[in-house]
Design a protein around this ligand. Sequence first.
Ligand SMILES: Cc1cc2nc3c(=O)[nH]c(=O)nc-3n(C[C@H](O)[C@H](O)[C@H](O)COP(=O)(O)O)c2cc1C
Length: 192
Amino acid sequence: MQKVAMGKEGTIYSAPAMPVLLVGADVDGKPNFCTIAWSGVACAEPLMISVAIRHVRHTLKGIEQNGTFSINVPSIELVKQADYCGIYSGAKVDKVAACGFKIFYGKLASAPLIEQCPINIECAVHERLDLGTHVLVIGRVEETHASDTCLTDGKPDIEKINTFVYTSSPVKEYRAIGKPFAQAFSIGKEME
Ligand SMILES: Cc1cc2nc3c(=O)[nH]c(=O)nc-3n(C[C@H](O)[C@H](O)[C@H](O)COP(=O)(O)O)c2cc1C
């Protein structure tokens, strides 16, 4: 096997699959959502999640206005809405109306949450890093919500959440989550 030098190619990281999130913020007092694939858990205690957002995004304007945002995990039934929120800007369209989202607020007054999404996370901005094309927003998780239909023994259940991932290469598409094939933090012990 030979390695091929791929250069500074962004798809090299998004090709293997990324979660699809609907990041929300009140912009000029109105809820708006944009689709975000570039995200990650940044810290466990205190719990922090990072999202990379381009400067021009309408949603970023709202995050900066309020210092808060939400993360909503869609199920596959919401794939059209998730894609729509990643194509059109809230600067031009009312995405909440177009997508039929039912909005609720939790602990934070300015972090809009989507009722139809099985998982909702409320974040307060901990840090804002201007890295170039994108601003890395690190959110401190203030509260989380899960639809009761997506829990098994009180824990979020991937089968019931029924979310999907985004891959950018070789074609841009959404894929369902595959079947489990090994136990994590366990199968490696077979090598002892
Ligand atoms: C699958 C998918 C993933 C995306 N991931 C990101 C991302 O990680 N960061 C980003 O800034 N934009 C991302 N976008 C683009 C924004 O969601 C898009 O520009 C959106 O229209 C911005 O909406 P807004 O202007 O209302 O904030 C993604 C779009 C799609 C379809």
